[in-house]
Design a protein around this ligand. Structure first.
Ligand SMILES: Cc1cc2nc3c(=O)[nH]c(=O)nc-3n(C[C@H](O)[C@H](O)[C@H](O)COP(=O)(O)O)c2cc1C
Length: 384
């Protein structure tokens, strides 16, 4: 039986060699928005490991939108050239390079996870760090622990549009071929969608259509600078702990598709700290959202969330649960997950496309029945 997980997927002018995606994951180690050698090593290894699409983490369009002082940035042209080293490396290793653009709104300005994700007052030493102001649709704090943000004016909204558009232009110039807008996890776009975070009474708040307006305008602005032949994804919280439902997400997906979104990346939650336990991660816990949005809005979807096993991912794609399977922590555990999955699924020539520096030896390892090293081969290694 032919694998669906390892079948190519064309979206607009871009073809992914398989359906396996590195989910965007903040590394919290940027230097004032800039990439460094960690990022080069980190992203390169997933491409070398056989992923079809490697997403660079949530990269901020405005320094005020950084979750932490260690987020990556695309708010200045000087970020482009260093990022190009990463896209070159990803492409040289046979994967498509993607990047997620984000703005954390009222959830910005926190310490990194291993320092407790504590809301901070300011952060000298990074762009806008001294006078780091939180902006959001309304002056409503995320929780009691968080500062009350300033409600965005019309000028702020226009400035935000320009920031998303310019960041998309820079992503294109840096060589990315897939762009994802972060519209999930309680961040700025999700804040505008939510009746809890968005209590505006102007044309950006109130009815579902008005709350959707910010997202639509971001997509339209980004599409002005992001070429037609390149795919545009949106990560959505398909449901959240503050009343957002799968039906709401299907409605948003239907509308955003008409403005140029090609794929909905289906995550969940992030809107309420108090009710966070309503969404409990377990095996494939968000796959059904991807399935329902795909069917309900007739749009491609990406499933994410505790996708662990090769046969699990294969079944998701085969049963039309989603078009793509994104892995986060499992990929951190094993950057060669696709190579391993190809063997487990019995793919013909599982090492095809893997750099010879690895593929040559892994093929021998497999021929030797995994881990049972013959003495002849051992001599071959030692002698080599
Ligand atoms: C270290 C880490 C950083 C993350 N950063 C991001 C991010 O930048 N953008 C995002 O949308 N999700 C982020 N996530 C969520 C992951 O993309 C993914 O949706 C989540 O971990 C569930 O998938 P998994 O069970 O395969 O890890 C992050 C998760 C982890 C573990």
């Amino acid at each position: 039986m032919e694998s669906k997980l390892f079948s190519p997927l064309q979206i607009r002018g871009v073809t992914l060699k398989n359906r396996i995606v590195l989910s965007p994951m903040l590394q919290y180690c940027a230097d004032n928005g800039h990439v460094n050698d960690w990022h080069l090593m980190h992203y390169g290894k997933f491409a070398a490991g056989g992923a079809g699409l490697v997403f660079v983490e949530s990269t901020k369009v405005d320094p005020r939108g950084c979750s932490t002082p260690r987020d990556l940035g695309l708010w200045k042209d000087e970020f482009v050239a260093p990022l190009k080293r990463i896209t070159d490396l990803i492409k040289r290793n046979g994967a498509v390079a993607g990047i997620q653009l984000g703005h954390s709104g009222r959830k910005a300005r926190r310490s990194v996870p291993w320092e407790g994700r504590v809301p901070m007052a300011n952060c000298p030493g990074v762009d806008h760090g001294e006078e780091w102001e939180l902006i959001a649709p309304s002056a409503v704090a995320f929780s009691e622990r968080y500062a009350v943000p300033r409600a965005m004016t019309h000028d702020d909204i226009q400035e935000a549009m320009a920031n998303w558009g310019q960041a998309a232009r820079r992503a294109h110039e840096a060589g990315f071929d897939v762009l994802e807008l972060h519209g999930a996890h309680g961040y700025l776009i999700h804040q505008f969608l939510s009746p809890v975070a968005n209590q505006r009474t102007d044309e950006y708040g109130g009815t579902p259509e008005k709350r959707m307006r910010f997202a639509i305008e971001v997509v339209r602005e980004v599409r002005k600078f992001w070429p037609d032949e390149k795919p545009l994804f949106l990560r959505a919280s398909a449901v959240d702990e503050a009343g957002w439902s799968i039906e709401d997400s299907v409605a948003v997906a239907r509308v955003l598709k008409t403005h140029g979104i090609d794929v909905i990346d289906c995550s969940a939650g992030g809107m309420s700290e108090a009710n966070a336990s309503e969404i409990t991660p377990n095996y494939g816990y968000q796959v059904d959202y991807a399935r329902r949005i795909k069917a309900g809005a007739d749009i491609k979807t990406m499933a994410v969330g505790m996708i662990i096993h090769a046969d699990q991912a294969e079944e998701i794609i085969r049963s039309d649960g989603a078009d793509l399977a994104a892995l986060g922590r499992e990929f951190l555990h094993n950057p060669n997950w696709p190579i391993d999955a190809a063997q487990k699924l019995g793919i013909e020539a599982p090492f095809k496309g893997v750099s010879r520096a690895y593929g040559y030896w892994l093929e021998k390892r497999a021929a030797n029945k995994i881990g049972i090293v013959s003495s002849t081969w051992q001599r071959g290694i030692n002698g080599g």
